[in-house]
Design a protein around this ligand. Sequence first.
Ligand code: PBG
Length: 358
Amino acid sequence: MAVLDIKHKTITNHQHRTRRVLPASRPRRLRATPALRAVIRETELNVRDFIYPLFVRHGEGRSEIRSMPGVYQLSVEESVRESEAAMRSGVNAVILFGIPAQKDPIGSENFADDGIVQQAIRAIKKEIPEMVVVTDVCLCEYTDHGHCGILNTGTGGSQTRPNEHLPEGYVLNDETLDVLAKVAVSHAECGADIVAPSGMMDGMVAAIRSALNENGFENTPILSYAVKYASSFYGPFREAAEGAPKFGDRKSHQMDPANVREALREAALDVDEGADMLMVKPALAYLDVIRVVKDAFPELPMAAYNVSGEYSMIKAAAQNGWIDEAKATLETLTSIKRAGADVIITYHALDAAKWLAG
Ligand code: PBG
């Protein structure tokens, strides 16, 4: 302790030095300057980490999504423009979601040759061949009931077995696999570089792998939404993709937010079935899950989906002047990468690219 000599207004330094015990370890030594901090930084975001989601719809022009400022439903032509903008900022991967002209019980436009996503894949690959085009493979945006699969009608209908033992409205697993396989093949035929099944059906990776193989697409990789939770953070997406369920919820196939051991089981199954990459979704409320899955399967590239609700939270707070959007976004994305994600799907991709460059 320094002793202040009031009378002479000096500090008796001699006493001070001999008595004070200096900390041996000082983490602050390495934090003293920006240059030192850069040397010891463990996690560095890179524009190549990002996949940028695009919503494609029929018609002309673009329309902003109310709950996702800065995100648009795009015409095919606008999806090419947006992909070009992505490429200019260094983001070289997009993931496509389609909003069909017509919805029906099985989501027929999903595997139609002139479907909206099919058109967009062809247009983007034609104009920007080096763009990595990923496609979401699910039924919910295409079905009139808004569910991720074929529903049990209790009467037979489109399903192959009666399923009387299952509740009416239950998403039928195996009947849905047949549709998912057709969708994936249709996307691959149009030139998709990666297909990403997001429906959380059991056996979806195996079904898609074998259908791709049978059709000559043995080299098309599968990015499996292996660990996808029944999350409230998908709210804005359901407005964007017009894919909210008309009744009920997705809890019979998406995971319970309370579970993490189950995530390992889901990931292991998908790895066995031939998944080339795994995904955890959402990202921010599930950083522990990203870490656990990454540690269990370090050899596979891991993606994390920084979902619509996570985007909109930052946007809304920033618009109110409550948070610094650039800093909060880069901090969030860094935390997702630090947790173990190699690839981040984010609506902030182009902004983040700009902020990283500037
Ligand atoms: C299903 C799908 C969803 C999202 C991506 N793929 C919606 C859902 O499962 O309900 C959500 C993505 C987001 O919220 O940003 N096709």
